[in-house]
Ligand binder design. Structure first.
Ligand code: PLP
Length: 385
């Protein structure tokens, strides 16, 4: 029996053993509440402050610019809604985003729309790259907030965030980027990157599910989503999750230390797998391949092949991948990302996402390069016509 192969790192990653080890004391003897003044509290406060400092350092930020969150979704919600609610008082009404964002951003933009925002969708090309003319038109001085993801979680498209953020900043627009898939895949240095807000999530980088961080540049007007105590300078009230903050700091440092070598390793495995699939199935379509993209995501459609049948056949052979974003699986309808980049409905229905990461080895890729085309060819004709 061969070992199963996990190719769903864009959905989540395993907690790294070093990260778990670093967190464990805070579930045990070091259980204090960082707001308490006694020794247990002080110990927890030191750990939390250190974790904040370490996450800030990984991003080139200052520690008071880091807000710990419960996940990437919360960071995106806080960024979009917090900034919109703070800016609307000044008479700016536009909230600008792209149709290929994660639902964490799209739903927050929709909520801002319910509260009176003028929602503006940027055009993207067939690879998912933001159209600059559309950006120049919609990200005008009447816009309050602009939110553009750095790396798309379904097809891996990478946007020119430094350029777009600079253009937004000149127009006085608060710029947010969802960097949940980007941390560890692109260099991020907030000393020179002119974004106001940037969200990351722990479980994509070897920390547990249920922790993230939002960078909030000093001076960025923000309103909180929660109300209560004064934790995190009132930006995110609630007793802090010290253990998870420590885990996030540890995972961020480990990820950053390996960033260059890991990206090179993933790119070469991705290219090898794509080449093997295209060689055996020349009419397979790899979405987003013509643009600049992340090293870890392959989104492939085999015409005439139903994604669900293929995913089940792969699972039976021990290969785990997904039909798009993990949070969308189970929900009906084609991927909004593939729709936005103009993929035909039948092709979108056959799309499968293979995402590489820390668990992926060259031997895994060799096996998938052999099994995937065979199963995909067999699954042809399973698609509804
Ligand atoms: N943004 C992107 C690009 C993602 O890929 C995800 C998770 O898949 C999220 C936001 C949401 O992050 P979380 O699962 O931590 O809420």
């Amino acid at each position: 029996m061969t070992a199963p192969i996990y190719l769903d790192h864009a959905a989540t990653t395993p907690v790294r053993p070093e990260v778990l080890e670093a967190m464990l004391p805070y579930f045990g003897a070091r259980f204090g509440n960082p707001s308490s003044v006694h020794r247990w509290g002080r110990e927890a406060r030191v750990a939390l402050d250190e974790a904040r400092e370490r996450v800030a350092h990984c991003l080139g930020a200052r520690s008071d610019e880091i807000v710990f969150t419960s996940c990437g979704t919360e960071g995106d919600n806080l960024a979009v809604l917090g900034a919109w609610r703070a800016a609307r008082a000044e008479g700016r009404t536009g909230v600008v985003t792209t149709p290929i964002e994660h639902k964490a951003v799209l739903a927050a933009v929709h909520q801002a729309g319910m509260e009176g925002a003028d929602q503006r969708m940027l055009a993207v090309d067939a690879n998912g790259t933001v159209d600059r003319a559309s950006f120049d038109e919609l990200a005008s001085t009447s816009a309050a907030v602009c939110s553009i993801m750095w790396i798309n979680n379904e097809i891996g498209t990478m946007q020119q965030i430094p350029e777009l953020a600079a253009a937004a900043t000149v127009r006085g627009i608060v710029f947010h980027t969802d960097a949940v898939q980007a941390f560890g895949k692109v260099p991020i240095d907030l000393r020179t990157l002119p974004v106001n807000l940037l969200a990351i999530s722990g479980h994509k980088i070897g920390a547990p599910k249920g922790v993230g961080a939002l960078f909030v540049r000093r001076g960025t007007p923000m309103q909180p989503l929660f109300f209560g105590g004064a934790q995190d300078r009132g930006r995110r009230p609630g007793t802090e999750n010290v253990a998870f903050a420590v885990g996030l700091a540890h995972a961020a440092e480990l990820t950053l230390a390996e960033c260059a070598s890991e990206c090179a390793r993933l790119t070469s495995m991705r290219d090898a797998l794509e080449a093997a699939i295209l060689e055996r199935i020349p009419d397979a379509v790899i979405h987003g391949r013509g643009g600049e993209r992340a090293p870890h995501i392959i989104n492939v459609s085999v015409p005439g092949c139903d994604a669900e049948s293929l995913l089940m056949a792969l699972d039976l052979r021990g290969i785990a991948c997904s039909g798009g974003s993990a949070c969308q699986s189970g929900s009906a309808g084609a991927s909004h990302v593939l729709q936005a980049i103009g993929v035909r409905g039948d092709l979108a229905a056959s799309a499968v996402r293979l995402s590489l990461g820390c668990m992926t080895t060259e031997a895994d890729i060799a096996r998938v390069a052999d099994v995937f085309p065979t199963l995909a060819q067999k699954a042809r004709g399973t698609a509804a016509v």
